[in-house]
Write a protein that binds this ligand. Structure first.
Ligand code: MG
Length: 399
């Protein structure tokens, strides 16, 4: 299996093709029950478990779990997933305990994506696996950490959290004796591959992938605003100048004219999510019910279906630009980012100069992929807390 380092060239494993389970594996009646259940509940344009292209390393079907249920379970049980609880979404742990971590963001995305998926009669097991996986490649300190590692690996293809999720699930996780990584189903890897290749579209992704992307986008905008309000980085008055927020505010005022402060904030946040998700469902249902989408191939050939209507999308873009300037570039956030970036950069320089400082697994990886990539893999897997401890252990001892 080839796994080049370049994020722009992250390969998909070849589809293994049909290999019948060995005789006597059992579970056939339960599997046929799953097939019947999906035939009843899922739309023709959803991914049906029985149609999965399988895994790179052949494994007999599980007696009572479908392939995507199994993928979801493997993701939840892997070390990279657990570490999301101590990784930054936007604000680090030092800034409080109300705001989202990378883990709680992931769970919120999963919840929204399942809501969209159930309404459109898509495969919820696949959606759940894709959503739980989508940010697993994030290094410590959120996008600040990603920018630093990308700079450090500039000469070697860079670092991207979306591509890193594929390296983790195909190579870096060590849980099973028979194969490296998690040996996930092809459809899960392909969904993540689309995230890593957004600038090089190759047809549209599966609808299960589209709902996860949509849920991620609605979730982070809205929740970043919520967290920033709580931290005092923004005010409700400032937000009311943004067309997207103002429209949600008008909708809330129609139901509750007298809400103020935190009550008003919570109602607007809820409305923003509910309204955007509802709009996406209306738009997607209109396309799906028109009859032109009769299966997965038609989904791939059609422009993306799960999207906001254009006027809302424009308002959302303005809202993101506002958040970028006022939240992600807020002096308080920038100061924390700058310090974290220095920690990561110095750790990278130290580790990439001497592979003997890497743990044994990453020392072996250095022989395969070079010491810079192995150092970035090691650093990328750290939580914020562990990266900070490593920095202190490494550099305070020197001083
Ligand atoms: Mg995300």
């Amino acid at each position: 299996m080839e796994l080049p380092n370049l994020p722009s060239d992250v390969p998909l494993p070849p589809a293994p093709g049909d290999r019948p389970p060995p005789a006597g594996q059992g579970g056939e009646s339960l599997r046929s029950l799953l097939a019947q259940r999906e035939a009843t509940l899922l739309a023709p344009y959803a991914v049906h478990s029985a149609d999965s292209r399988g895994r790179l390393y052949y494994e007999p079907p599980h007696p009572y779990r479908g392939p995507f249920q199994r993928d979801r379970d493997r993701i939840i049980h892997c070390a990279a997933f657990r570490r999301l609880s101590y990784k930054t979404q936007v604000f680090t742990g030092e800034m409080g305990d109300y705001h989202r971590t990378r883990l709680t963001h992931t769970l919120e995305v999963t919840s929204l994506a399942r809501t969209l998926g159930r309404s459109l009669r898509l495969n919820e097991d696949l959606i759940e696996a894709l959503a739980l996986l989508h940010d697993i490649g994030h290094p410590p300190f959120g996008h600040a950490g990603e920018e630093t590692l990308n700079r450090c690996l500039e000469a070697e293809g860079g670092f991207s959290h979306n591509a890193q999720a594929l390296r983790i699930t195909q190579l870096l996780e060590q849980r099973y004796p028979e194969f490296p990584g998690l040996n996930l189903s092809w459809e899960v890897l392909e969904g993540q591959w689309y995230r890593a290749h957004k600038s090089q579209p190759a047809g549209s992704p599966l609808l299960e992938v589209q709902v996860v992307d949509a849920a991620d986008s609605v979730s982070y905008d809205t929740h970043d605003a919520d967290d920033a309000l709580h931290l005092g980085l923004l005010t409700l008055d400032e937000l009311a100048e943004q067309p997207l927020w103002r429209e949600a505010l008008v909708r809330v005022r129609r139901r509750w004219a007298d809400l103020h402060g935190d009550e008003l904030k919570r109602a607007v946040i809820h409305e923003l999510i509910d309204w955007q998700v509802s709009q996406m469902l209306v738009r997607a249902a209109a396309v799906l019910e028109s009859g032109v989408i009769d299966g997965i191939e038609a989904v791939r050939q059609h422009p993306p279906i799960v999207q906001l209507r254009s006027d809302l999308a424009e308002q959302k873009l303005l809202f993101e630009q506002f958040l970028f300037q006022r939240v992600y570039r807020h002096p308080q956030v920038v100061a924390v980012r700058r310090e974290a970036q220095q920690w990561l950069e110095q750790l990278f320089e130290r580790l990439s100069a001497d592979a003997r400082l890497l743990p044994p697994f990453f020392r072996e990886r250095a022989e395969e992929d070079g010491v810079s990539r192995a150092a970035a893999d090691y650093l990328g897997g750290m939580t914020d807390r562990y990266a900070r401890q490593q920095f202190e252990a490494c550099f305070r001892l020197d001083s």
